[in-house]
Write a protein that binds this ligand. Sequence first.
Ligand SMILES: [Zn+2]
Length: 117
Amino acid sequence: MDEILGQVLRNAVWERLDMLAELANRADAPSLLSVARSELPRLTEGWRAMLAAHEPDEKGNCPACSSRWRQQKAPCSVWQAAYEHLVAGGLAPTTQPARHANRTRVTHSGRLATGTR
Ligand SMILES: [Zn+2]
């Protein structure tokens, strides 16, 4: 994938996430219910597909994050992010926003952490 196409793809995903966050914050209850019914299955399927690619192999390494020269032990950063956002963050999503922002900056190029769109 060339660089421009990659940028277009990333922007489209960021914009989709922005739109969903905006809906969660501002939509009325009927609209929110409709969005939740259509988007939650898509989000869960997306997580499942991504996590399946990062399942550890028989040696306990992540095949997606490992290279020929460097093996990445499981759980890799994708699984760690999944646990933090889906399990740990799901229990208390607003208790530690500063820590959450720092992790977002490390893993997503600073766009969310800086608040620039
Ligand atoms: Zn991985």
